[in-house]
Write a protein that binds this ligand. Structure first.
Ligand SMILES: [Zn+2]
Length: 118
């Protein structure tokens, strides 16, 4: 799993609008003082690993974006760990929900299959 702009935006509470088949974000630039009524000219393209502001001219990759926001590699590493934890929790919750929906006999079958893998 690779870090994404979306993860960083979510972690820092930066709200942008999604557009263009989910690969692009658009909104107010987090790097320069912009009036809310000004037309938003800040774009992120997740697919091309690129952000750009047409007003203050800041641009770069996700790594540049993180640096510009005053965060470092360690911060991004922590973020990745917490994202993995969330994903793992979702997987396990799904697994236990599935188990709960099975009959006693089916559960025994699943347990036997899993026992072979250890
Ligand atoms: Zn800007």
């Amino acid at each position: 799993m690779k870090p994404t702009f979306e993860m960083v935006l979510k972690a820092l509470g930066i709200e942008l609008t999604r557009s263009k088949a989910d690969v692009e974000f658009k909104g107010h630039c987090p790097f320069h003082d912009e009036k809310k009524e000004d037309r938003a000219r800040f774009y992120i393209n997740e697919k091309n690993d690129y952000f750009t502001c047409y007003i203050c001219k800041k641009k770069g990759t996700l790594a540049d974006f993180v640096r510009e926001l005053g965060k470092d590699e360690a911060w991004l590493g922590e973020l990745m760990w917490s994202e993995r934890e969330v994903q793992l929790t979702e997987i396990l919750t799904g697994f236990f929900d599935l188990i709960a929906s099975k009959t006693q006999e089916e559960r025994a079958g699943i347990a036997a299959k899993l026992a072979h893998r250890i």
